[in-house]
Design a protein around this ligand. Structure first.
Ligand code: OAD
Length: 231
């Protein structure tokens, strides 16, 4: 069975109604990264950081997976599929994808500020400011902030290196090390990009096919193409 590695970013969830980061109306147009997405921000202004992720979580609970997520999940019927996502939402899982690696953490989890391995699920949208972990430390969103290491990256590179086909959906390829994942596909492995914009594909050395559509349209089209081409 051919192995397809699907690498996604905020754009795959855009058609569910979740804002991307770097588009004109994106989150980083309304918030400064250094106020809400750095370890320093968590120390300096914990309330704002916790509120930012509470808003993201509330939004996530009010949306559904879109045809792009469902088409990616459907690929599992015909291929060996691994999803590697930069997204902190759980829409791939809710659409039925069974193997999802989250590079930048998960919104529906919190973790101890003292022990990064003490990770707990959160039921609703609200993290209270004084919520504590079992070890007595304050809880923080289970999110990789800018300036923090990306513990799942090594595992993701191993997955990428096993791909027979790579699919990249809805990422500007602007954030490192995540964007480097495309460099771990073996030489000659085809890379299909679904994005209505112009992601930075300059570091891709493999053959690229760019489907310039939004995810809900382009991903189901691509899945049909892949079935015709590789089955
Ligand atoms: P970006 O906001 O940087 O890029 C979103 C990409 O999605 C762009 O290439 C858009 O053209 C594309 N896009 C927009 N609408 C789309 C649609 N309907 N269907 C498909 N694609 C669409 O988001 P990411 O590349 O995911 O990290 O950003 C990477 C990281 O930067 C995020 O994981 C986040 C952010 O800061 C952290 O928070 C640590």
């Amino acid at each position: 069975m051919k192995k397809i590695v699907v690498f996604t970013g905020a754009g795959v969830s855009a058609d569910s109604g979740i804002s991307t980061f770097r588009d004109a109306d994106g989150l980083w147009a309304n918030y400064r990264i250094e106020d809400v997405c750095t370890p320093e921000a968590l120390k300096r202004n914990r309330a704002l950081v916790v509120e930012f992720y509470n808003i993201r979580r509330k939004e996530l609970l009010s949306v559904e997976p879109n045809p792009a997520h469902y088409a990616i999940a459907e690929l599992e019927k015909s291929f060996d599929v691994e999803v590697v996502t930069q997204n902190v939402d759980n829409l791939h899982e809710r659409a039925g994808s069974s193997r999802v690696t989250h590079l930048h953490g998960e919104l529906m989890k919190l973790r101890s500020e003292r022990n990064p391995n003490l990770i707990v699920p959160i039921e609703g949208w609200e993290q209270k400011l004084d919520d504590r972990a079992e070890d007595g430390a304050l809880l923080r969103p289970h999110i990789v902030f800018f300036g923090e290491s990306v513990p799942m990256f090594d595992r993701a590179t191993q997955i990428a290196a096993e791909a027979d086909v790579m699919v990249v959906v809805g990422t500007s390829l602007a954030v490192y090390p995540a964007a480097m994942l495309v460099r771990y596909a073996r030489a000659g492995v085809p890379i299909y990009v679904v994005d209505p914009g112009n992601p930075d594909v300059s570091m891709i050395r493999n053959p690229i096919t760019h489907i310039k559509e939004r995810g809900a349209v382009g991903v189901p089209q691509l899945v049909e193409m892949l079935k015709n081409e590789y089955l």
